[in-house]
Ligand binder design. Structure first.
Ligand SMILES: [Zn+2]
Ligand SMILES: [Zn+2]
Length: 137
């Protein structure tokens, strides 16, 4: 699904720029990162406005907010997937594993009193870049 194809939303310039940025950004940008990216085009936009728009788009179901160690990040990938999260720089990468999805959902079937619709597993560790940094010191 294209991110901009949703009918009942008024696409202001700001929202279009925010969505364009998110589409190019293949991570899970924070509000600050989105702000920095969008500011290049909309020089007068404030961080509060960016935040408000991100919240709005999340409410409308175009984005998903994920919280990593107290920091809000915005997810644009709606296909079920897992995450690799770096403990140093807090980078969050998508990790796809059909096998793990199947396995988790099989376990989910056995959970009583709770209907599971999706699953996502977080793996914590060190990204390549941070691992290299550690080696040098
Ligand atoms: Zn890292
Ligand atoms: Zn993701």
């Amino acid at each position: 699904m294209e991110l901009t194809e949703k009918a009942d939303i008024k696409y202001t310039n700001q929202r279009i720029e925010i969505l364009a940025f998110l589409r190019k950004h293949d991570g899970h940008p924070t509000v600050d990162e989105v702000y920095d990216g969008v500011r290049k085009k909309l020089t007068r936009i404030s961080k509060a406005t960016v935040y408000k728009n991100l919240k709005f788009l999340t409410e409308k179901g175009l984005l998903e907010e994920v919280n990593v160690k107290g920091v809000s990040r915005f997810e644009t990938n709606f296909i079920p997937h897992h995450h690799l999260i770096c403990r140093e720089c807090r980078k969050m990468e998508d990790f796809n594993s059909e096998q793990l999805l199947d396995y988790s959902m099989k376990i989910a079937e056995e959970i009583e009193g709770f209907t599971i619709v999706s699953t996502s597993t977080n793996f914590y560790g060190l990204c390549e870049k941070c691992r290299e940094c550690k080696k040098e010191t």
